[in-house]
Design a protein around this ligand. Structure first.
Ligand SMILES: [Zn+2]
Ligand SMILES: [Zn+2]
Length: 282
């Protein structure tokens, strides 16, 4: 009887372990947080969060995908200092310990969240060409081309941190709210297909606004899947019809957080597997 109990306990442990092992596969989790953006890169206990959405909604979204025992983010990246991208930072920093934070360092007088200000002093401000390896993810910073730290930008989007994250030979291009001229700068001197931009998954920048993408960018990136972080019935009418038509013309499947909720994309050497999900991890 006692042996049976021990065996049962062992099989439970084995089951638990196999679940954890299953989630060791690197994945991109697009979080449904309303009008804003938050994208989680995850592999086992490695968690990298790109933007925090507009408010505490991000915690509910993270709860759906991060194991309850894991209270640590290896890296927090804030693409730029608009509330729809950093509004949940206080809540995230209240719940999770964060090993490292990246931002662009630009001055933004509207930012007054307490937790945000407390960590930003020690944060890094990477620029084009900087790279980092965190868990299985290789991160490459593609924008801004040079530091905007301590600068007062006329337009906050001009300093957006854009990066490509690669794991298992698959990659995602995270574009934040980058717009027109800066998007053009990304593709300049790079004829399609463009190895430095090539990615399996593309985040449509600036919530799918009219200037969120271009034929040149799609030719350069050649994504198999695109997603847009956008809130239901938002007052900006994102995503823009022209952007939707371009994506349709390229026959790229599009995930919209306002229509489809969370998205989980698993990176495997054999290809990407994706699933719309409001439940537990794949
Ligand atoms: Zn913005
Ligand atoms: Zn935004």
């Amino acid at each position: 009887m006692r042996l049976f109990a021990v065996l049962s306990a062992l099989s439970l442990i084995a089951l638990g372990t196999s679940r954890i092992l299953a989630s060791d596969e690197p994945r991109v989790v697009v979080l449904s947080v309303g009008q804003g953006a938050a994208v989680l890169l995850q592999a086992g206990s490695t968690q990298i969060l790109y933007d925090t959405g507009p408010d505490g909604t991000v915690l509910e979204a993270l709860n759906r995908h991060v194991p309850a025992w894991d209270h640590n983010l290896e890296l927090l990246i804030l693409s730029h200092l608009h509330t729809d991208h950093i509004g949940g930072a206080d809540e995230v920093l209240g719940r999770y310990t964060v090993n490292e934070t990246w931002w662009n360092g630009a001055l933004e007088t509207n930012v007054a969240t307490k937790a945000f200000l407390s960590v930003m002093g020690a944060a890094s401000t990477p620029t084009l060409g900087d790279t980092a390896s965190i868990g299985p993810f290789k991160l490459e910073v593609l924008h801004p081309p040079e530091s905007v730290a301590n600068m007062q930008l006329t337009h906050a989007h001009d300093g957006t941190l854009v990066l490509r994250a690669t794991a298992a030979s698959k990659s995602v291009l995270l574009t934040g709210d980058l717009e027109t001229s800066h998007l053009r700068a990304l593709t300049r001197d790079c004829d399609a297909p463009c190895p430095k931009l090539k990615a399996d998954v593309l985040m449509l920048s600036h919530h799918g606004s009219r200037n969120a993408t271009s034929a040149k960018l799609l030719d350069a990136v050649e994504p198999a899947l695109a997603f847009v972080c956008v809130g239901k019935r938002n007052r900006y009418h994102h995503p823009h019809q022209e952007t939707l038509e371009l994506i349709e013309k390229y026959q790229i499947p599009l995930h919209r957080t306002d229509l489809h909720g969370d998205l989980v994309v698993v990176f495997r050497p054999s290809g990407i597997a994706w699933q719309r999900s409001t439940g537990p991890p794949l």
